[in-house]
Every structure is written in structure tokens, then in C-alpha cells.
Design a protein around this ligand. Structure first.
Ligand code: IPE
Ligand code: IPE
Ligand code: MG
Length: 253
């Protein structure tokens, strides 16, 4: 089987566009290590191929203006438990990605947000994050959130911390705190809640990604390893989403 023709992709795109599209697709990029192992390559080669897959997908989604928000889970609060060399190489790879893509994202109207605790990251990575966020802040075509040292539980605790701080200043009372207000205190405030969470790499779990935000997301799990997740696979995930009945607790019509 060769790659499907451009005409095939265009036809599929047109069909997908005719139905409601998600506003935010969250991607748990898993399977880089296995992708490399299957080729007899070091794990880092899998991560490098994973970055290339993410870059290609961002380009596709921005060019086609398919969805207004994408998020990528790049490094979880639990990933610190990996060997130190892998952690360091991953940060190096992410820093290179942020520095190399900044100009392209400014040109494409992609606004980049990094989600996660920054204080523990290498200073040069913190600096690259601040720079790319500043440079891309006027982008309106695609909101691109990248989780680096991100965890769903960390994010909720951050929200609680901000609520407590406001409370201490007398700016928020317990009665004023509801779900909508709390959402504005989370690190993800301003991004739409994900309508679709995709996990590659054959595991069927959330691994502490968006816990609050994905409360009503549709979940798409695929055995495809992240470096192989291409435009067709992304459209496949959207087609799966479009086949779901989103009841939000109501009864079916
Ligand atoms: C996902 O790929 C990337 C990160 C979590 C950084 P993995 O590195 O988890 O790949 P597998 O699961 O070992 O194949
Ligand atoms: C999930 O992948 C985290 C990211 C993609 C950043 P992991 O490979 O770390 O997840 P587990 O260990 O299988 O749950
Ligand atoms: Mg994994």
C-alpha cells in the first residue's frame, strides 16, 4: 500500500468538514520508544521521529484550518522517573523544537502555550518557552498547547492554589467559587475544553493528562505508534469522533 493520493486526502477532508468538528483535539503522543525498538534504534530516535510527526500535524491542521486548538502531551510529571539521560535529551529536543519552529509559527499564525511547572526545567528551556510564547502571542489560526512537566493533578492543584490566594486577599469567597470560575484559575484557562482526546501507542489510559478539562471529551485510542500518526490517522480520529453521540447526560433524541 502506498500513501493515499492527494485527491483521496482532499475528498476525505471535504467529508470531515461537512460535519461538526472538535474545537480542541488533545494528543497523548505515546509509542516513540517502541517505534525505535522495532527498528533496532535507540529510544531517542523514536522521540526525534515523534517531534517530526507533531510538526507535520501542526502544519497540516494550521494550513487546513481544521480545528482551532491542538494540544500535545510531551512530558508528564511522571516522566521524571525515566533515566536521567533520556529526560535530559528530551528537554534538549523540546528546546530545539521551540527555537526552530518559532518563526514558522509566527508566519502561520500559530500561538504556542506551554503548560506545566517551569521552575524545575533547565533554565535554557525556560528561556526558549518564554521567547516562543512571546513571539507567537498574536497568532489566531491555531492555539497550540504543549504539556511539558504537565500533569492533570498538578494543574488542579495550581487552580486550588490560585483560589486560596484570591480568598486570602478577600477577592473570592467559597460561595463565589463554581466550576466556571474555577476553570478560569487553571493553567489551561482560555483554551476550549478538549472535545476529543487521542492516545496513540495502544495503551488505554489518560496517564494524568487533562483530568478536569477532559470531563466530557470523546476518547480515541489507536495502536498506531506516535511517529506513524499522520494526516490520515488524524482524520481517522476525527471521523471516529463524528460518529459518536454526545449526550452530555441527556437522553437520546
Ligand atoms: C511517548 O513515547 C513520549 C514521551 C512520553 C516522552 P514513549 O517514550 O512513552 O514510548 P514507549 O511508550 O516507550 O513506546
Ligand atoms: C504518557 O506516556 C505521557 C506522555 C505522552 C507525555 P507515558 O509513556 O509516559 O505513559 P505511561 O507510563 O504508559 O502511563
Ligand atoms: Mg509510553
Amino acid at each position: 500500500m502506498g500513501t493515499p493520493s492527494a485527491a483521496g486526502l482532499a475528498e476525505r477532508l471535504a467529508r470531515v468538514r461537512a460535519k461538526p468538528l472538535p474545537r480542541h483535539v488533545a494528543l497523548i503522543m505515546d509509542g516513540n520508544g517502541r517505534w525505535a525498538a522495532r527498528r533496532g534504534l535507540p529510544r531517542m530516535e523514536g522521540h526525534r521521529a515523534g517531534v517530526r510527526a507533531a510538526e507535520r500535524l501542526v502544519r497540516f491542521v494550521a494550513e487546513e484550518r481544521l480545528v482551532p486548538c491542538l494540544s500535545f502531551f510531551a512530558f508528564s510529571t511522571e516522566n521524571w522517573n525515566r533515566p536521567q539521560e533520556e529526560v535530559e535529551s528530551l528537554f534538549q529536543l523540546l528546546e530545539t523544537f521551540l527555537r526552530e519552529r518559532a518563526e514558522e509559527y509566527v508566519d502561520r499564525g500559530v500561538r504556542l502555550h506551554v503548560l506545566g511547572g517551569r521552575e524545575r526545567l533547565p533554565p535554557s528551556l525556560q528561556e526558549a518557552i518564554a521567547r516562543v510564547e512571546e513571539r507567537t502571542r498574536n497568532g489566531t489560526v491555531l492555539q497550540l498547547a504543549v504539556g511539558i512537566n504537565f500533569g492533570g493533578r498538578w494543574s488542579i492543584v495550581e487552580g486550588v492554589r490560585r483560589a486560596l490566594a484570591l480568598g486570602a486577599e478577600g477577592q473570592l469567597s467559597p460561595a463565589e467559587l463554581d466550576e466556571a470560575r474555577f476553570s478560569t484559575l487553571l493553567p489551561t484557562a482560555g483554551l476550549p475544553d478538549p472535545d476529543l482526546v487521542v492516545r496513540t501507542g495502544d495503551e488505554k489510559r489518560i496517564s494524568n493528562f487533562f483530568l478536569w478539562e477532559a470531563a466530557y471529551a470523546e476518547l480515541h485510542f489507536t495502536p498506531t505508534l506516535w511517529p506513524d500518526f499522520d494526516e490520515e490517522a488524524f482524520l481517522g480520529a476525527i471521523e471516529d469522533f463524528q460518529g459518536r453521540v454526545r449526550r452530555f447526560g441527556r437522553v437520546s433524541p
